[in-house]
Structure formats: structure tokens, C-alpha cells
Design a protein around this ligand. Structure first.
Ligand code: SF4
Length: 291
């Protein structure tokens, strides 16, 4: 019989909202050292580091905006996705009561907050995929609103930027997105880039790619090189932490390639703020492991 995972999912939400993953923390720590003492950029990063420490110690949200909850569930054959969805939604209600999550689901037509982080069938956002094997994996990302607002999608060719339908064009539009964000998505950030797809699938993929660990490069050497290049070029723009100027605007870039229609060439950029909250839990029999 399928177990009730509500409590385990609640713990996943708590960890995601209050305990920043170590790979992100390490990058932010390194970024502090790159800024000169006494500068606004260094001050902003030091405050971020303090915030991370306090949130972890007190089990309180890392940021007042606890973000859009995005779940990806990879389940073995035979699991009921209807039950899993119900458990995720129940866990979200409990997480809101315990203040791991701020009530964040606002009806866009009637401007009314549901108060419990449930909204219609779409909030939280839950994606299911059946996988081989016995393990069930649930991944959660909490995507901040400020950084979501500075995401961008381009349809190539883009004559304004002189960007054609090739990787050189992709480079131009991604750097344009960073330039336009001007640190407003709470830099330093992480870029998730999808090349191809349609408008919807492209944006989804640009977020999915953000679930990977920092520093993991695309297996395609061309895309891996572009990831490195975009990170280092973004960091020469002088935008810096929170837009205060400085050395670190972007701490990593992740790119994924997709198929497209001959008529279209979309590039989608999902910008993730420094509060890069993403965690996962793996369930195998009685055992639950969090990462
Ligand atoms: S963009 Fe990120 S760090 Fe900035 S307010 Fe939103 S969740 Fe917080």
C-alpha cells in the first residue's frame, strides 16, 4: 500500500524554505571575499550570510517571500499521483500554518489571498513523471517573485540586439537579460537558460535546469563553454550584489537545449535569486533521505 508522505513532505518544505543548500552557501561565501571591505556590495553579501545562518538555526524562512512552490515528483510504476498530489497540498497547508511558508497564493482576478498557499489546481505547481526502479523522488524549488519578474524570453532572430539563430545570438540575449535585470532579482543570481521548445515548454525547461547542483556543466562541450562564458561575462558588467556594483552578479549559469519548430527559435531565461531554495527527498521503502 502507498504510504502517507504528508509529514515527510512537510519536512521537505521546512528544509527548502529555511536551510539553503550547501553548494549555494559556498558560492556566496566565496563571493563575499571578492568584494572590497566597506563596500555596499560586501555589506549586502555579509547580511545575506548572516541571514542564512539565522534562518537555519531558527527554522525560519530565508526570505520573507517564500516563493512559488514548484514540485517535481518522479514516481515508480503503480503510485497514485492523485494521492501524492493531495499529500503535497495538505503538507503545503500545514507548512503555511507553521510559518515555513508565507501565504502566497493570490487570485489574480479577484485579488484575494487564499491564505493557505493553495490556489485552484495550479498552486502549488506539481509535475509528475513515472520512472524505473523502486525509489520515489520529490524535488522542490521555491522560486522568489522578484527574480521571477526579471526572467525573460526572446524570439530569435532579434534585430534590436543583432542576435541570430545560433549560440552567438543566445549569448547576446542572455547577457541582455542580465543587463536589464540590473540586480533587481536580488543578485547574485543563477541563470537557467533553455534554447528551443515553444514559449511554454521553453520556460518550464529553463526552470527545471535550475534543480541541478551548481558547477555541474552541460554534457555538450559547446553548451558547457557557453555556461562558463555567460557567468564570467555577467560578472564583468559591474552590477554586483543587489545591484550595488561589484564583482559577482551571477554565481552560475545552466543551459539546456531543446528541439524547436523550424519557424521558431526561443531562448528563455529564468533568473534565480541568491535565495536559491531547492531540495529533494528520496523515498525507498521505509527510508527517507533528504538532500
Ligand atoms: S527575489 Fe529572492 S531574495 Fe529577493 S525578495 Fe524574492 S525571494 Fe527574496
Amino acid at each position: 500500500m502507498q504510504p502517507d508522505l504528508t509529514e515527510k513532505i512537510l519536512e521537505l518544505i521546512r528544509r527548502t524554505s529555511t536551510d539553503l543548500p550547501s553548494d549555494v552557501e559556498e558560492r556566496l561565501k566565496a563571493a563575499v571575499e571578492k568584494e572590497a571591505p566597506g563596500t555596499a556590495a560586501r555589506g549586502a553579501l555579509e547580511t545575506v550570510m548572516k541571514n542564512i545562518e539565522l534562518s537555519r538555526a531558527q527554522s525560519t524562512p530565508i526570505c520573507q517571500d517564500t516563493g512559488t512552490p514548484i514540485f517535481y515528483v518522479y514516481h515508480p510504476e503503480g503510485w497514485s499521483t492523485r494521492k501524492l498530489k493531495e499529500q503535497i497540498r495538505n503538507a503545503m497547508v500545514q507548512a503555511t500554518k507553521k510559518s515555513y511558508m508565507r501565504p502566497n497564493a493570490v487570485d489574480a482576478v479577484y485579488d484575494k489571498n487564499s491564505g493557505n498557499n493553495l490556489g485552484g489546481d495550479d498552486f502549488p505547481s506539481i509535475h509528475f513523471e513515472e520512472v524505473e526502479g523502486e525509489a520515489l523522488t520529490i524535488e522542490l524549488m521555491l522560486k522568489g517573485g522578484g527574480c521571477e519578474n526579471v526572467g525573460a524570453q526572446y524570439s530569435l532572430p532579434d534585430s534590436r540586439l543583432g542576435a541570430g539563430r545560433d549560440l552567438a545570438g543566445v549569448r547576446k540575449v542572455v547577457l541582455d537579460a542580465v543587463q536589464r535585470a540590473q540586480g533587481q532579482g536580488c543578485a547574485p543570481g543563477i541563470l537557467g537558460v533553455a534554447i528551443g521548445g515553444d514559449r511554454g515548454s521553453s520556460y518550464y525547461k529553463s526552470k527545471e535546469v535550475l534543480f541541478d547542483k551548481l558547477g555541474v556543466r552541460n554534457a555538450d562541450p559547446q553548451l558547457a563553454a557557453l555556461e562558463e562564458r555567460l557567468t564570467s561575462e555577467s560578472n564583468t558588467m559591474g552590477i554586483g550584489p543587489m545591484g550595488f556594483g561589484g564583482q559577482t552578479t551571477v554565481i552560475d549559469t545552466k543551459i539546456t537545449g531543446m528541439h524547436r519548430l523550424p519557424a521558431s527559435f526561443f531562448v528563455s531565461v529564468s533568473y534565480m535569486c541568491w535565495a536559491y531554495r531547492r531540495r529533494k527527498m528520496v523515498v525507498k521503502g521505509e527510508e527517507v533521505v533528504y538532500d
